[in-house]
Each structure stands twice: as C-alpha cells, then as structure tokens.
Design a protein around this ligand. Structure first.
Ligand code: BJ8
Length: 422
C-alpha cells in the first residue's frame, strides 16, 4: 500500500490503533485467499483493491469531496444508493465485519448485542475506518432493534440520518417507504446543493442496475458443477461491491465473468465435480468476515450461493427502468425494497420461496443457515425455513457465531460432520 499517513492524519484517524488493526490483514489475506488453488486470473484486481483497502479508494473519495461531491455511508441494502449517485455523490456500504473494534463498542453498548451493530459503532469510536471519517453523514434504517437504537448513539459522533423502513410488505408500507425515499431525496439535495431530476436519477438507476446484473452474471457461473470460482472469492467481490467505484467494478467483474464462462465451457472448476455444494442463508457477512466460507471450503465443501445481503438479496431485485418522470422513478425505488426479503419483515414467507428456489437453481447438496449472534429475527426464521428445506429433502444445519475465532474448532467439527453426511 502507498503512503497514506498524511491523509489518514488529516481525516482525524487514530494512527496507532489503525496500524494495529491493519497489521494482520496481509498475512490473513495471503492464507485465506492467495493460497487457494486454481484461482481465476481476474481475481488480481480484487487482490489489489484489498491491498489498497484504506488507501486508493479513500483517496478517490477525499478528492470527490474536494470537488464538492457528497460521500455518504450506510449499512443496509434498503438504502437507495441511486439517490446519492444522482446527486453526484459516492455511496459506501460500511463493513462492520471485524472483531477488533468490538471491545471499544462494548463500553457503550450492551455486550449481548449483534456483532454487526457493535462493530458499526466500534469502528467510529476507535477512529480506524477512513470511510467513516471521510463520510459527510451516515444513513441508518429502522430494520432491527439493535440498529435502530445504535443510530441514536452514532449520531453523537457523526450526523446519522435515519430512514423508517416499514415492517410489512403491504401497499400502505410501500407508500410509507416511498415517502421516506422522497424525504431522503430532499435531504440529499439539501446537503449537496444539487437537484435530483429524472435525468440524473435515470442514469444512476441504470448504473446501479448494471452493477446488480453483473453480480447476477457472476453468480450464474456458480450454478454449474464444478463451480469455476470459490465461494470465498465471490463473497469478497460482493463485499467490495459496496465500496468500489461502480463503473470500474462493473468492468472488472465483467472481465472475471468472461474468464469464468470460459472455464464453464471447458468444464474446469476450482474443485472437482461432485464436491458437496453448499448454500449459505441468513445474516450478512460484511468485510472482513470470511470465517464460515473458509471453514466450509477447507473442510471439503464449496459455497455456491449466499442468500444474504452480501449475496443475492443485494442484487436480485432491479429497479424498474420504465418510469420516466421523477415520481414514477421514486416509486420504482420503493418497489424494489419490497422485494428484498429481510427477516425484519413480518410475515416474510417470500424468503422461504427464495431459499427453495435458489437451492434448486444452484444445485445445492446442503444448506448452512447462518446467523450472527443475538440476531433474533433471522434466528426465529430458522424454524420455517428449515421445515421447508427438510420437506424438500434438502439437509440443513444452523450455525450461530460472531466475528471472533473462539468457536472455530467447534464449528469446523460441526461443518465437517455435516459435509460427510451429504
Ligand atoms: S436488509 S439483513 S442489511 S437489515 S444488524 S438484522 S444481523 S441483529 S443486518 Fe441487514 Fe438490511 Fe436486513 Fe440486509 Fe440481525 Fe444484526 Fe440486526 Fe442485521
């Protein structure tokens, strides 16, 4: 990585803690990613992005700000990044997938809280995330209780705008979300001093739809046996989709897809045909939470699909592009959200349909239902989803974990036993 100390200092970061945080990353990355066999050549770009994770992209964002453009961060796929882009801004999905900042967060938050929420707050308290520091403001949402209350605390450290997400998928809920989208549009216009019109919004919708399409194309290559790419590499790419410049990301993932499609034609895989194919369903796995994929793929399985927000829930729903006037476009943005089957909704039976459909599409042999500790909504949906999977004869186990390594041995034993049974 280049020398970014001056930039980090100007952003107000805690340089000592930041050094401690980043120190193990290169070694860990080498072990987990670079050492994998048969990696596609086009992964080089994503390796480069990780090597520059707190450098080059942050520098780009600093320059964007110098040019008067907004940088806005969020934590949930419901937040409509299109509006930020339409106003000439950059949208960043903050990661919150590391154990490092959690002890600091536990000084101000209860310990028995989802690690994702704790890490979100912890990164800000520790001043070790340059994306946080470069952001003009953060966007929260009323999805789960932990997040909802964390925004009040976060707002003491950085302006935190909260969108009220409805908890049902009725017509009235969609109207509420549409009103929230309009309110958010006005907020961005206010902050940026730019007008969001049907033209710049259409361009932003088209761009982000392209990003989602290219992710779908990438996932499509995993539907065949043998899979041409590891689950770990795809998870990494999906995580980076929230950070990278959309145009560049689309181009690089397209190049990777071409290579993978060629592999598929030749019947080449990263593992041999017949390797147990696993789908993970559940809570998101934000950067750098690679633990579960790594355990599966070093125990003789291959992850071929993630039904999560660092997976299909991020890209399967496109924003309809037919709407030409601003009101129609805003309604289309709202419509997309109603198709994202997050466990924060009640009822949420569409998620059962998604899981069953994806299990078939990706020819999975078994499903690992993953939920982050203390995430009640996903934990409670296990009952319905596992029942539906078992009725279809698809084996499933539930794994609850956090970002620490304390349960790695025990998880490995369970995952190995599950894979042997398939
Ligand atoms: S759309 S999954 S990104 S809310 S923070 S709910 S793990 S207790 S992240 Fe999510 Fe949006 Fe839904 Fe997706 Fe549970 Fe933790 Fe809450 Fe979480």
């Amino acid at each position: 990585m280049g020398d970014y100390y001056q930039m980090w200092k100007e952003l107000g970061m805690d340089l000592e803690r930041h050094d401690e945080f980043l120190a193990p990353v290169p070694g860990l990355y080498e072990d987990l990613f670079i050492n994998q066999k048969n990696r596609p050549r086009a992964m080089e770009y994503f390796d480069f992005v990780v090597s520059e994770i707190h450098g080059l992209r942050v520098e780009e964002l600093v320059n964007e700000k110098k040019n008067g453009n907004l940088v806005v961060s969020s934590f949930c796929v419901f937040v409509p990044e299109e509006l930020i882009i339409a106003a000439g801004g950059s949208s960043i999905g903050l990661c919150a997938g590391a154990q490092f900042p959690i002890p600091a967060a536990e000084k101000v938050l209860p310990r028995d809280l989802c690690p994702l929420v704790k890490a979100s707050v912890g990164f800000k308290l520790e001043k070790i995330c340059p994306y946080f520091e470069v952001s003009d403001f953060v966007v929260g949402e009323t999805t789960c209780d932990g997040k909802k209350k964390a925004w009040e605390l976060l707002n003491e450290y950085i302006p935190t705008y909260v969108m009220e997400l409805p908890q049902q998928k009725t017509k009235a809920s969609q109207k509420l979300w549409e009103a929230e989208i309009k309110r958010f549009k006005e907020y961005i216009e206010n902050k940026s001093g730019r007008t969001i019109d049907s033209e710049n919004l259409a361009a932003a919708i088209e761009l982000i739809n392209k990003k989602r399409s290219v992710l779908q194309r990438l996932y499509n290559t995993r539907k065949v046996d043998p899979a041409p790419i590891s689950g770990k590499d795809v998870l990494l790419i999906t995580q980076l989709a929230f950070f990278d410049k959309p145009e560049r990301f689309i181009e690089k993932v397209t190049t990777l897809c071409e290579e993978l499609e060629q592999r598929v034609k030749e019947g080449k895989g990263v593992v041999s045909k017949g390797t147990p194919r696993i789908m993970i369903t559940g809570t998101p796995m934000p950067l750098p939470h690679w633990k579960i994929h790594h355990l599966i793929e070093t125990s003789g399985g291959i992850v071929v699909c993630e039904e999560s927000c660092t997976g299909t829930r991020y890209f399967e729903q496109q924003v309809p592009e037919e709407g030409r006037n601003l009101d129609e476009q805003l309604a289309s943005l709202a419509q997309r959200a109603m198709g994202i089957n997050c466990a924060c909704f009640t009822p949420n039976n569409e998620r059962i349909d998604d899981v069953l459909r994806l299990a078939k599409e990706y020819q999975v042999d078994g499903v690992i239902y993953y939920n982050l500790q203390f995430c009640q909504t996903y934990n409670m949906e296990y009952r319905k989803i596992s029942k539906a999977l078992k009725a279809e004869g698809i084996p499933v186990i539930q794994i609850e974990s956090d970002y620490s390594d304390s349960d790695t041995g025990q998880l490995k034993t369970r995952i190995q036993a599950f894979l042997e049974m398939l």
